[in-house]
Design a protein. Structure first.
Length: 240
C-alpha cells in the first residue's frame, strides 16, 4: 500500500509538471507566432494569439496546430487608392490546421474564418468628399452614416437649399468591395431629377484589400457600431 501511495503521488507530481511545461511552451509559441505575424503584416502593434487544444506539446511534435485564434485591434487595410487605407476594428480570425516550421518562421492555416467591423465614420470616407451637382442649381453630399435597423444603413444626405434628408441603404460585398446602395431613389423637394445623378451621390463602394494572411471579405451587414464583416480564406499565412 505504501509503495502504491508513493507511485500515485509521483504520477500526480509528474502530471502537474507536464501541465506546467505544456503551458510554458504554448505561451512561448504564442509569443513567437504573434511576433512573426506582426513583422509579416507590418502591424503597428503585436496581435493577440491564442493556441487552443491540450496538450500543446503533442501538437508541436506533429508540426501541426489544431486551432489558433488571432486578434488584431486596429488594422489598416489597403483600399487600392495609392497609400490611402481604411481602419478595420477588432479583426478576429480562427485559423484551423496550422502547419509550422520548428522556429515558427513559417506558419500556414488550411482554412480560416473570422469577423471584423468597419466603423461608419471610416466607411463614410468612401463617399464623395465634395458636393455633387444634381442640376437645377442643386448639389448634394453624403454627410453621415449610421445604423438604420434590420441590417440597413441610415444615410444622411445634405442637399443645398433643402437641408438634410435621410434614406435607408443596403450593404453588400463583392470582389472584396463593400458596396452601399440606396434602397430607393429619393425625390429632393419633389423635383424629378435624373436617377443616375442621384445615385452618383448615394451609391458608393469601398475596396478592402490585403487583409492579414490573404483572407478575404465574405459577408457584410449593418450593425449598431458599424458595418460587421465576416472573412474567410484558405492556405492563410500567419508567418513566412
Amino acid at each position: 500500500m505504501r509503495a502504491l501511495r508513493i507511485l500515485l503521488i509521483l504520477l500526480v507530481v509528474l502530471g502537474l509538471l507536464f501541465v506546467v511545461v505544456d503551458r510554458v511552451a504554448v505561451h512561448f509559441a504564442e509569443g513567437e507566432v504573434a511576433d512573426r505575424l506582426k513583422t509579416t503584416e507590418n502591424l503597428a502593434s503585436t496581435p493577440d494569439v491564442s493556441i487552443k487544444g491540450f496538450p500543446f506539446l503533442t501538437q508541436m511534435a506533429s508540426g501541426e496546430l489544431d486551432d489558433v485564434e488571432v486578434g488584431v485591434k486596429d488594422y489598416e487595410a489597403a483600399t487600392g487608392k495609392g497609400s490611402q487605407t481604411i481602419r478595420i476594428d477588432d479583426l478576429r480570425a480562427d485559423m484551423r490546421d496550422v502547419t509550422f516550421s520548428g522556429d515558427y518562421s513559417s506558419a500556414t492555416a488550411a482554412d480560416a474564418t473570422g469577423t471584423a467591423t468597419i466603423a461608419y465614420d471610416e466607411l463614410l470616407k468612401a463617399a464623395k468628399s465634395e458636393p455633387t451637382p444634381l442640376g437645377l442649381g442643386l448639389t448634394a453630399q453624403v454627410v453621415g452614416l449610421s445604423d438604420g435597423g434590420n441590417g440597413k444603413i441610415k444615410m444622411a444626405v445634405k442637399v443645398s437649399g433643402l437641408g438634410t434628408i435621410h434614406l435607408l441603404s443596403s450593404v453588400t460585398v463583392r470582389d472584396n468591395k463593400v458596396r452601399v446602395k440606396a434602397d430607393g431613389v429619393p425625390r429632393f423637394g419633389g423635383l424629378d431629377l435624373a436617377e443616375g445623378l442621384i445615385r452618383s451621390v448615394t451609391d458608393f463602394q469601398q475596396a478592402v484589400d490585403r487583409l492579414p494572411g490573404g483572407i478575404e471579405l465574405d459577408e457584410v451587414r449593418a450593425a449598431e457600431d458599424g458595418v460587421e464583416i465576416t472573412v474567410k480564406g484558405s492556405d492563410v499565412k500567419l508567418a513566412g
